[in-house]
Design a protein around this ligand. Structure first.
Ligand SMILES: *Cc1c(COP(=O)(O)O)cnc(C)c1O
Length: 421
């Protein structure tokens, strides 16, 4: 059976479960830091290089604090995410606001924090000017339309709701310059969970080309290019991770030709990755509740799609390891399910696994991004705790599990008494 490694032993997890009942998410701090350092090192050639962690992937201030210590900024797209940044103590150009359909109060909070505002639409130039005033630095999100093929999660760029057209970009820079904006950035993001390294080099090429064109047509020297998020991770054991050094070398080559070659250096390279930063280093730990045999064999877990929606939402593959049974032959074909009254509440369908029984501990891999954060409370299911495995082996609870009181907190049961029907 194809395998994936774990940063903890069965005994360690059994010990953790004594104080933190399943299900829970656990993140591996050491691996997150090592990955962050490798990423930064790969792009060390670019002065001012910065990764803005897309906080929606795992909006936990403790994880953000770790990443900030590694030099990462934060990419926000809501008031709550900006507030989280504030709680971590972040401000100014540590924060990027890349949102869409943005309300005025969100622009206001971003401006108050000194965040870099990335506009999603040309009409937002007037909207921001009128409601909060234009800041000195502005970025715009480019949608390259048919210049670029999208992928499954985002779809074709022409169908995507994000960004300015090519014509609007040129027009946008002209207007902003006229209105006195001093510093400019450019952004694009047209794919998610992409594993082909050349994809990101091509994205850089599209942006660099536009940067040259903007300079020729408006005289504006763009100061940073945000290449977005979207670097995929090998969810399946047989897949390979994106070779960051290869991507970086390809981008550096284009940078020298197109940016340095046209006298447009320095240009800072930014990313706003989420998945590839924490995804592989988070695990959903759950226990088998029931084994059910009908027309198929079902493994019922104490976790459900509230804890990890990706399989139900996208049919996504997440590898599953049964602790202590790693070396057993995968002889059984199971649907691995949660307890929602939704038949798509399955972590895996027809997955070959070793024979399982009640109370076995299973680990669902690659749950460190777009995992806990996507959860909802449908069917009254509660979101689980998040734990951090520190570098020294300590385990810290970085978010407690929801309680039934949390679930009912928006209801006023006392009001029921006076509510006559
Ligand atoms: C979701 C998102 C990201 C992060 O995407 P990943 O696939 O997690 O890297 C970055 N930027 C924007 C605008 C996004 O919507």
């Amino acid at each position: 059976m194809a395998t994936k490694n774990l940063p903890f032993s069965k005994e360690q997890i059994e010990n953790i479960i004594e104080t933190h009942p399943t299900p829970f998410h656990i993140y591996d701090e050491k691996a997150i830091r090592e990955n962050a350092r490798r990423f930064k090192k790969a792009f060390a050639w670019n002065e001012g290089f910065k990764e803005y962690y897309a906080i929606k992937a795992a909006p936990n201030p403790y994880l953000m604090k770790v990443l900030r210590e590694e030099g990462f900024g934060i990419d926000c797209s809501s008031v709550a995410e900006l507030e989280l940044a504030k709680h971590v103590g972040m401000s100014g150009d540590e924060i990027m606001l890349t949102s869409n359909d943005t309300p005025a109060h969100e622009f206001q909070l971003a401006k108050d924090l000194g965040a870099v505002i990335n506009l999603d639409d040309i009409s937002h130039i007037d909207f921001v000017e009128k409601n909060v005033g234009l800041p000195e630095t502005i970025c715009m999100r480019y949608n390259p339309g048919d210049l670029k093929e999208g992928n499954l999660i985002i779809g074709h760029p022409e169908d995507a709701k994000y960004g300015f057209t090519h014509k609007q970009m040129i027009e946008g820079y002209r207007i902003l310059k006229e209105k006195g904006v001093k510093h400019f950035g450019i952004h694009t993001m047209v794919a998610s969970n992409e594993l082909a390294p050349d994809y990101f080099i091509e994205t850089a090429e599209i942006l660099f080309k536009l940067i040259v064109e903007v300079y020729e047509k408006t005289g504006i020297k763009i100061e940073f290019a945000n290449l977005g998020g979207g670097i995929g991770i090998p969810y399946k054991p047989e897949e390979t991770a994106v070779d960051l050094e290869y991507v970086s070398a390809g981008i550096e080559n284009l940078y020298n030709k197109m940016i340095v070659g046209n006298g447009l250096a320095p240009l800072k390279i930014f990313f706003e990755l989420g998945r590839s930063i924490t995804g592989p280093y988070g695990y959903l730990v759950s226990k088998v509740r029931h084994i059910k045999n009908t027309y198929k064999s079902f493994v019922g877990l104490d976790a459900c799609m509230v804890n990890l929606m990706r399989p139900a939402l996208y049919g996504a593959y997440h590898h599953i390891t049964a602790l202590g049974k790693e070396n057993n032959a995968a002889t059984e074909k199971y649907d691995v399910t949660g307890s929602l009254c939704e038949n798509n509440d399955k972590f895996a369908i027809g997955r070959m696994l070793p024979e399982l029984e009640a109370n076995d501990i299973v680990v669902i891999h690659d749950a460190g991004a777009h995992g806990h954060s996507m959860g909802f409370n449908y069917n009254g299911k509660l979101k689980s705790a998040e734990l951090l495995l520190r570098e020294n082996g300590d385990v810290v609870e970085i978010r407690r599990a929801e309680t039934i009181e949390d679930y009912f907190t928006t209801l006023d049961f006392d009001g029921l008494v006076d509510f006559t029907v």
